[in-house]
Design a protein around this ligand. Structure first.
Ligand SMILES: Cc1cc2nc3c(=O)[nH]c(=O)nc-3n(C[C@H](O)[C@H](O)[C@H](O)COP(=O)(O)O)c2cc1C
Length: 307
């Protein structure tokens, strides 16, 4: 008789019923998906990036579908940390058995500090995910996550103020992802997640105009998956803390691939744009995949690539 596979995973002291987490920016504040998705079937979800003050984001067009992927330049539109705590969190708290991660970003170290202090007041957040892919206005616009020194500074600051486990979400737009992963770990990260989107652009050759008003945008979706798998592999080799992998996941096999490369859990982003129920469907598929492949404990697959 076949036993039911155990899909549970854990990282940074957080227990998940399965490794599938809906990714930031593609799942609103979670509650908006309540009528479409059984939120309690997901391992968890990460809410849209939150800042100290509300932000209106970039002008349209902000999205463009590419071959096997998507360009976006939403510009981190969000309702602000305070409104999240007052308006969204109470509704999320009313739901049972869900894991909510708050994604945080800023343009200065103080921004991160203040946003985290506001969020510390809210009940029902399992962890913070620090988005370091924003330009640091105090360092001439260089991304926090593309310079080891600024990455160290922002993670050290966030860790000092955070009352919850800290996941540092790395930018893939760097020369050595292993080095950045190591810097995040040494600065106090409890886990790292990767990858965020790749800086990219597209031009409409008829109008000769950029497809995205902001000109450059972030590329996500299946097009980036093999690069993301390589980066998760390299990052996991250079740290001892858990790694959460993402980039183009749309099937159970994709989840397994990231886990074999070293991920303890994964996130699903762009696939939710094509099908809002993608994450939940992947959870169902994952159970079947494990049964068929006689995997009893999915957590054992982490880092299990055969040399
Ligand atoms: C429309 C859109 C908005 C996003 N917003 C955020 C965000 O607010 N914070 C963040 O850390 N990542 C954000 N991301 C990045 C995703 O969370 C994820 O890292 C990336 O898209 C790669 O995964 P995927 O290929 O499964 O989408 C966004 C991605 C998309 C497509």
């Amino acid at each position: 008789m076949r036993t039911i596979p155990d899909l549970r995973v854990s990282f940074a002291g957080i227990e998940l019923k399965n490794p599938v987490i809906a990714a930031s920016g593609t799942f609103a504040y979670g509650i908006e998906f309540e009528d479409v998705v059984h939120l309690d079937r997901l391992g968890g979800f990460v809410v849209k990036g939150l800042s100290r003050e509300p932000m209106i984001g970039n002008p349209p067009p902000r999205l463009y579908e590419t071959a096997a992927g998507m360009l976006n330049s939403i510009g981190l539109q969000n309702i602000g940390a305070r409104a999240f705590i007052d308006e969204k969190l109470p509704k999320l708290r009313a739901l049972k058995d869900i894991v909510v991660v708050a994604n945080v970003f800023g343009y200065t170290r103080e921004d991160y500090e203040h946003t985290i202090q506001i969020l510390n007041e809210g009940e029902g957040i399992a962890a913070y995910e620090l988005n370091v892919s924003c330009p640091n206005t105090q360092h001439g616009g260089i991304q926090f996550g593309s310079d080891p020194r600024t990455l160290d500074e922002v993670v050290t600051t966030a860790k000092r103020f955070s009352q919850r486990p800290l996941i540092v979400k790395l930018s893939p737009n760097v020369t050595s992802i292993g080095q950045m992963a190591h810097v995040a770990q040494e600065a106090g990260a409890d886990a790292i997640s990767l990858v965020n989107t790749f800086v990219a652009m597209s031009i409409d050759v008829d109008t000769r105009k950029p497809r995205i008003a902001n000109v450059t945008a972030g590329l996500s979706g299946p097009a980036i998956r093999p690069i993301a798998v390589r980066m998760v592999y390299e990052a996991s080799k250079s740290v001892q803390i858990p790694v959460i992998g993402m980039g183009g996941i749309s099937t159970a096999a994709d989840v397994i691939e990231f886990m074999l490369a070293g991920a303890s859990a994964v996130q699903v982003g762009t696939a939710s744009y094509w099908d809002p129920r993608a994450s939940e469907k992947i959870v169902g598929e994952l159970g079947r995949w494990c049964s068929e492949h006689e995997v009893q404990r999915i957590a054992e697959l982490t880092g299990g690539m055969q040399g």
